[in-house]
Design a protein around this ligand. Structure first.
Ligand code: PLP
Length: 416
């Protein structure tokens, strides 16, 4: 019998009061939200920060010569500073606001990739990448003639470091690796990867979509060249995200999108570009969203990323044990909670994950089912799809119990 952890790392009941969505019910039941890997909920402070922008100082940034435009610019740039501090970037100019991880990776693929890759070069990816860290590289490989190589995973869901060592030759110009897998939950040794990649002269992009919301991130300690994150997965608004890049790399890179804001002078013959990060922020940016992301960073920082991580380890450990009680369950990924982030992917016999998700929905439980934008990984796991429960700072052991109880019922319902 598994003992239920008393959640000590965080006062979850208090935290839940910060999230207005938990006041609602779904299908007459308490909302059990286990899909934060897809998108997290937003605390009131984030919702209020966006509302305050629109209600009190809605104006475009970096242009207006009047008070509310100055206030908008100050709030937007303060948000950049907060994100920089959150990932321990050495300067705020190293942070480019993007719509999320996908756009951040595309920015690097198109801008850095276009300028630096050529035929014979290699782009090293891993078998556990999300499509957003595969497809942009394929598009740029097609245009430049560079080749994609893939580091496999081991049977226990970890990155095969021996294979990485073998594949990492001087032909590799960029390694693009997820910090935390959105399916297996695996936390990759990104510091070691960066160190080894730099020895052969390659740069490293870390996809932090599933890490930045859940663990303390220090881009200088990791030693990465680029780090991408999504605001909406870390309590911030949709349409918010950021790319960290080493300043000298960003400065040497050509622009990604052209338009207003990113220029210094324009004539029909020639355009000169703005300094970083503005060179990469063409057009009116997502101002309210960036300010909301700043508020999300404040919120997470106040709670403490170490405590959030400790809470998730506790919860995942409990969930991994309790899920073993379910008949015919297969859980994917590492056995130890310390090796994984807050996601647990699983299948139960031959019940289709979509059927499971629909069954759980009737109990007010939200999980994800599908290929999780990781079709190559699904192929490696030899499945078409999985169910996935993902946890965050507002989840409780009671919700794990609710999930396990509903899964027992699903097994009976589907006659397994
Ligand atoms: N990378 C990983 C590991 C993810 O889990 C996700 C989203 O689920 C992404 C990238 C893409 O993030 P976004 O859709 O916010 O751009």
């Amino acid at each position: 019998m598994v003992t239920k952890p008393k959640v000590q790392a965080l006062d979850v009941e208090k935290i839940r009061q910060d999230f207005p969505i938990f006041q609602r019910t779904v299908r007459g039941k308490r909302l059990v939200y286990l899909d934060s890997a897809a998108t997290s909920h937003k605390p009131k402070s984030v919702i209020d920060a966006e509302r305050e922008f629109y209600e009190r100082f809605n104006a475009n940034v970096h242009r207006g010569a009047y008070l509310i435009a100055e206030e908008a610019t100050a709030a937007y740039e303060a948000a950049r500073e907060k994100v920089a501090k959150f990932v321990n970037a050495p300067c705020k100019e190293c942070i480019v606001f993007t719509r999320g991880t996908t756009e951040a990776i595309n920015l690097v693929a198109y801008s850095w990739g276009w300028a630096n890759l050529k035929e014979g070069d290699e782009i090293l990816l891993t078998e556990m990448e999300h499509h957003s860290n595969i497809v942009p590289w394929q598009l740029i490989a097609e245009r430049t003639g560079a080749k994609i190589k893939v580091v496999p995973i081991t049977d226990d869901g970890l990155l095969d470091i021996d294979a990485f060592d073998r594949l990492l030759t001087e032909r590799v110009k960029i390694v693009a690796v997820t910090h935390v897998s959105n399916v297996l939950g695996t936390i990759n040794p990104v510091q070691e990867i960066c160190c080894k990649a730099h020895e052969v002269g390659a740069v490293v992009l870390v996809d932090g979509a599933q890490a930045a919301p859940h663990l303390p991130v220090d881009v200088q300690a990791i030693g990465c060249d680029f780090y991408a994150l999504s605001g909406h997965k870390m309590c911030g608004p949709t349409g918010s995200g950021a790319l960290y890049g080493r300043k000298e790399l960003l400065e040497a890179m050509p622009p990604f999108l052209g338009g207003g804001e990113m220029i210094r002078t324009v004539t029909f013959e020639r355009t000169t570009f703005n300094d970083v990060p503005y060179k990469f922020e063409a057009g009116t940016p997502a101002i309210a969203q960036a300010i909301g992301l700043g508020a999300a960073v404040d919120y997470l920082t106040k709670i403490g990323m170490e405590r959030i991580r400790a809470h998730e380890i506790e919860l995942v450990a409990y969930a991994l044990e309790r899920l073993q009680e379910v008949d015919d369950i297969t859980i994917y990924g590492a056995a130890l909670p310390e090796q994984r982030g807050g996601v647990i992917a699983f299948n139960i016999g031959d019940i289709h994950p979509h059927d499971l998700a629909t069954f759980l929905d009737a109990h007010g439980i939200c999980i994800r089912a599908g290929h999780h934008c990781a079709q190559p990984l699904m192929r490696r796991l030899n499945v078409a799809a999985t169910a996935r429960a993902s946890f965050y700072l507002y989840n409780t052991p009671d919700e794990v119990d609710a999930l396990v109880e509903a899964l027992h019922q699903a097994v009976k319902f589907f006659g397994r």
